[in-house]
Design a protein around this ligand. Structure first.
Ligand code: C2E
Ligand code: CA
Ligand code: CA
Length: 630
């Protein structure tokens, strides 16, 4: 009998089904659809074999033709079901979910399928068997062929139309699967003795399984947990089908500088075991030292998270601790992109437990908006440097200025640094931004105009985040060299937060630059974070009194003594003082009487753009020789 190929196919499908059932699975829509498709394929093959056997029996041995007819009909109905499931498998992952036309297409295909099945059931079917040629025919079978063709072609068209939406591997697998099917059907149509369709569909399932539903890239080799790829698939699936989920994340922090392999292995294995013990929910290893578990139910996640204590106790003999990020409700994020951005941002906090809420998501959106704003400003060259002149009390001129960055909006208005510098620092954007600012300052200085107008030095702000690598000041030397600027024209303003971060590296870099002629100021002095130790041990030549500090002189008698005493001490240490935020004549008089060397503030000028600054210098600096040589 002509059933060898089908039996072979049945064996293949059986093997895949066993493998598929046994492996660790994530609850994904694709997987469910694949399961459905493979079940349909299985049932279809059984009825395929059964129908060949019964047709032979009916034709040759007079077996009840009605039963054979029914079995033949069930076979072709299952064949169409298989084609339909194939289409659903492809279109569910490819077509947009919430577009009206996609919804309409779903309904139409559903109707076509249902009508076809009813027609196959009621229309007559006939069959023939002579030697190896065994097949059914008649109106019912014609409907089956037509519908199968519709579904296969629709799947191919959808796959081609949305090829951009899927990885290349998936695209090839889908086409191969449907192509083999189409080819087999065409061959069988021409040569009825070649019953290829059943085998082809089983072969197609093998391709799908290996290429698309293959679990190995979803399982982490050393822990057996799911991988980042698996989490990505899970998260995309849940957002796509509008299903809420909760996430519990644990990150291991080692408390020693040197983490040896055994210690890491121990911590990783213990954490993954603890997570698996938490319950049947899928656990993931999303980074060397970061793990998470997903829950369908918020309460359950919160209840499980309370078991953290247990895990913490479990790792106390290792020099490691955990930080935890809980996302009780995935729907507060707009989609997978925001979800993963959130995860990456808040996994890096110092807090022991972070719970995601709308406020944090809002903060993230704000941060992202500003990050994009900086990025765009850098690309479109809308970063501008303004200059605020300092008054040199002794020389009675404006020979120093502070460079202060602004971003120009497309409509021409300005964004003050307070709105973007903190985000630039948090996101690392300060690195390219800082370089761009410095280059602009060098370009300005390289014209030589301000030097002729009496300028002696420009002060440039440097953030703590710009110290996070080995040679933070490399760009300074690079640019003063490229633009041929005398190093003495550059003074870098640093803050204590910067100094505290990586003191060793900073001191090394500072002395390197000082050797070349660059000088340093300590900014924001008196803001409450000052520590005398810093200016005693830091090679800074100027101390900048923060405006909150100078203001408090006028509000508080005690600060008056502190300020006066401080100026005295600093002078004895051979340092000069800049008083920031001077807005009135009274403030100006008090500061000059106290012996402060430089006055910075709106009393003289706000930070102004290059051309205005040049005008300012022309107007206010006596440029005769006698003044500058004093
Ligand atoms: P900062 O370094 O303390 O700069 C002084 C700030 O005080 C400037 O604000 C300046 O416009 C303002 N100011 C000056 N005189 C007066 C006054 O009389 N009254 C008042 N109320 N304010 C006065 P700005 O330009 O908005 O800059 C804010 C902060 O942004 C700076 O504080 C600095 O920390 C940061 N920043 C500015 N430019 C840069 C830059 O190029 N790089 C880095 N890393 N940070 C920068
Ligand atoms: Ca400053
Ligand atoms: Ca300051």
């Amino acid at each position: 009998m002509n059933i060898e190929l089908q039996c072979c196919a049945l064996f293949i499908i059986f093997t895949i089904t066993v493998m598929f059932i046994r492996e660790k699975k994530l609850d994904l829509m694709n997987r469910k659809l694949f399961q459905r498709a493979i079940s349909a394929c299985f049932a279809c093959l059984i009825f395929d074999i059964l129908s060949v056997v019964l047709i032979n029996l009916s034709v040759n041995s007079g077996f009840n033709p009605f039963i054979t007819g029914i079995v033949c009909k069930l076979y072709i109905m299952l064949l169409v079901l298989q084609g339909y499931f194939g289409y659903v498998y492809a279109s569910t992952s490819l077509l947009p979910r919430n577009k009206t036309w996609a919804k309409a297409a779903r309904i139409i295909f559903h109707l076509i399928f249902a009508t076809g099945e009813i027609m196959m059931l009621v229309l007559p079917i006939d069959y023939t068997a002579s030697g190896r040629i065994v097949y059914s025919f008649g109106p019912s079978t014609s409907v089956a062929y037509t519908l199968s063709a519709i579904f296969i072609l629709s799947t191919i068209v959808t796959t081609l139309a949305y090829r951009k939406n899927m990885p290349g591997r998936r695209f090839i697998a889908m086409l191969l699967w449907q192509g083999i099917w189409l080819l087999a059907a065409a061959i069988q149509f021409v040569v009825p003795s070649l019953l290829l369709v059943g085998f082809a569909s089983a072969f197609g399932m093998v391709i799908l399984y290996i290429q698309l539903e293959n679990p190995s890239e979803f399982i982490d080799g050393s822990t057996g947990l799911f991988t980042t790829n698996a989490l990505s698939a899970y998260v995309h699936d849940k957002y796509k089908f509008g299903r809420k989920f909760s996430l519990f994340t644990a990150k291991i922090h080692y408390l020693t500088n040197y983490v040896d392999y055994n210690m890491e292995q121990a911590a990783v294995m213990r954490t993954s075991r603890a997570l698996v013990n938490l319950g049947p929910e899928p656990a993931f290893r999303i980074d060397d030292d970061t793990f998470c578990v997903v829950y369908e139910d918020t309460d359950r996640m919160m209840e499980r998270a309370a078991n953290i204590k247990m895990q913490k106790d479990g790792v106390t003999d290792l020099p490691a601790k955990g930080t935890y990020l809980l996302i009780p409700d995935s729907t507060i994020m707009s989609g997978p992109d925001e979800f993963f951005r959130f995860l990456h941002t808040y996994l890096e906090t110092d807090q022991e437990i972070t719970i995601a809420d709308e406020m944090l998501v809002h903060k993230l959106r704000e941060q992202n908006r500003i990050k994009e704003l900086i990025d765009e400003a850098l690309r479109q060259d809308r970063v501008e440097v303004f200059y605020q002149p300092f008054y040199n009390v002794k020389k009675q001129c404006f020979d120093v200025a502070e460079a202060l960055v602004r971003i120009r909006r497309e409509d021409g208005s300005l964004i003050p640094p307070g709105e973007f510098i903190p985000v630039a620092e948090e996101t690392g954007m300060i690195i390219p931004l800082g370089v761009s600012i410095f280059e602009k300052i060098c370009q300005f200085l390289s014209k030589g105009e301000v030097q002729k107008l009496g300028l002696r030095q420009i002060e440039v702000n440097i953030s703590a985040a710009q110290f996070d690598f080995d040679n933070p000041y490399k760009f300074v030397l690079e640019y003063i060299d490229r633009y041929n600027i005398a190093p003495g024209f550059i003074n870098l303003e640093i803050t204590e937060t910067a100094a505290a971060k990586n003191r060793e590296i900073m001191l090394k870099n500072m002395s390197n630059l000082i050797e070349k002629g660059v000088s340093f100021s300590l900014d924001d002095f008196g803001t409450g974070r000052s520590n005398i130790d810093y200016f005693i041990n830091m090679p800074v030549s100027v101390i900048k009194f923060d405006y909150t500090f100078t203001r408090s002189y006028f509000e508080n008698d005690k600060t008056k003594y502190v300020l006066t005493g401080m100026v005295d001490i600093l002078h004895k240490m051979n340092m000069s003082v800049v008083a920031e935020g001077i807005e009135t004549e009274e403030q100006f008089n008090v500061m000059t009487e106290m012996g402060v060397e430089y006055i910075q503030g709106y009393y003289f000028s706000r930070p102004i753009p290059e051309d205005e600054y040049i005008e300012f210098l022309k107007k206010n600096n006596r440029t005769d020789k006698s003044q500058r040589e004093e």
